[in-house]
Design a protein. Structure first.
Length: 81
C-alpha cells in the first residue's frame, strides 16, 4: 500500500483524547475512501460507513441532535433499503 500523509493524520486524530468528529473532504478519485477504510480496519474492531449519497435515508440520523448516544441509537434502528 502507498503510504500517504493522511495515514499519519488519522492516527493523530485517533490518539487525541479531545478529538472532534471526523469529516474528510477533498478532490474526487484520490483515495479518501480507501485510506479511511484501511485506517478503520487496522484501528478498530468494528466500524460503520455512512454514505449520504448512496443511502440518503441516513440523513435522518441527525434530526434529533448530534449526541453520540442519539446517533448510535438511530444508526442501530436503520436498515439499508
Amino acid at each position: 500500500m502507498l503510504r500517504r500523509k493522511i495515514d499519519g493524520d488519522l492516527v493523530q486524530w485517533k490518539n487525541n483524547p479531545d478529538r472532534k468528529p471526523l469529516v474528510i473532504k477533498g478532490a474526487r478519485q484520490i483515495g479518501k475512501t480507501f485510506s479511511i477504510e484501511h485506517f478503520a480496519a487496522r484501528s478498530y474492531r468494528n466500524f460503520i460507513e455512512i454514505n449520504f449519497v448512496t443511502e440518503p435515508q441516513f440523513k435522518r440520523i441527525f434530526e434529533g441532535g448530534f449526541s453520540p448516544e442519539h446517533v448510535i441509537r438511530e444508526i442501530s434502528l436503520l436498515k439499508p433499503d
